[in-house]
Design a protein around this ligand. Sequence first.
Ligand code: NAP
Length: 322
Amino acid sequence: MAPPIIRLGLIGCGTVGSAFAEQLLAREPMLARRLGARLHLAGVAVRDTRRKRPVPQTFVTDDAAAIASDPDIDVVVEASGAPQASDWLRTALGRGASVVTASKQAVARTPALLERLVRRDQRLWCEGAVAAGVPVVRALRESLAGEEVHAIRGVLNGTSTFLLSRLETGSTLDLALAEARSLGYAEADPSADLDGSDAAAKLAILCTVAWRIPVTADLVTVTGIDGVLPVAREGGWRLVATATRDGDHVCARVAPERLAPRDPLAAAYGVINVVEVRAALAGALTWSGAGAGGAATASALVGDTLAAARQALHRLRARAAA
Ligand SMILES: NC(=O)c1ccc[n+]([C@@H]2O[C@H](COP(=O)([O-])OP(=O)(O)OC[C@H]3O[C@@H](n4cnc5c(N)ncnc54)[C@H](OP(=O)(O)O)[C@@H]3O)[C@@H](O)[C@H]2O)c1
């Protein structure tokens, strides 16, 4: 019997979306074996349909909303960072599809999506939105599900770490920014990286998952790295995200800190993110790895796509049985 087919729609085919599509196509047989179903990329939405993409041109559309609302698409993978991303995700979820997203702002600024993370909704996956390839969302969501998390600390913004590390070794801000852009780490407008709002959105998602309380990004107190750029050459400055919980109140902030060399967070260098979680039973846990870049984020998206596709497969089988 032919294996079942799970139809995917991809919104966004830039740095992250292209890396995801390439890996999905390259790993198709292996993913099919692991899932017990074929993953079929049925549509890809971008702004400019004339640009060359690593997917057949016939799949490409400029209508992201149509992918979100297409009843034949079982899993929507969103990697656009577009202001409408939250609407697309809610549309897809609303019609019963599963979604995977890399867009931290879409999740962290939308209470309805954060509520789904609180409920451990198996149709919403967002590993790639926080620390790219570092699997900390799933660790908090699943491995530490029975734990009492006391505190979260992290260096969560690869671009600001990259810039601060380059300034430490004598580069200028303009040169470091140009380098970050050419490597695909910094966006054309890096203000969300520098002003701390990118790290705040990631911290909000981690707090929501860890404490099962919806924490929107605007509840995080934020100070960007502007004020420490003139002293960055001293070394050790990083944009640090910190959160603790007191009853139903979560205290979360993002601010530059000069880290002692022995601080586990001081291992954040270049685009390496570090996340430290303190939990009642497990004690201090630390994760580190590439927090930006197409390949690292694609790793998280492919893993989440398998999880989302498993849910879609259950739905298909339940429908067939009914
Ligand atoms: N880059 C990273 O290292 C990284 C890591 C983790 C998470 N993320 C997140 O992943 C998301 C994508 O980041 P990226 O670096 O891949 O950005 P990007 O290179 O700018 O790609 C964005 C893609 O989305 C498409 N797009 C934008 N607005 C759209 C719209 N209204 N309708 C249809 N398509 C639209 C763009 O189309 P065109 O190609 O036609 O312009 C492009 O293909 C963002 O939320 C970002 O925060 C990025």
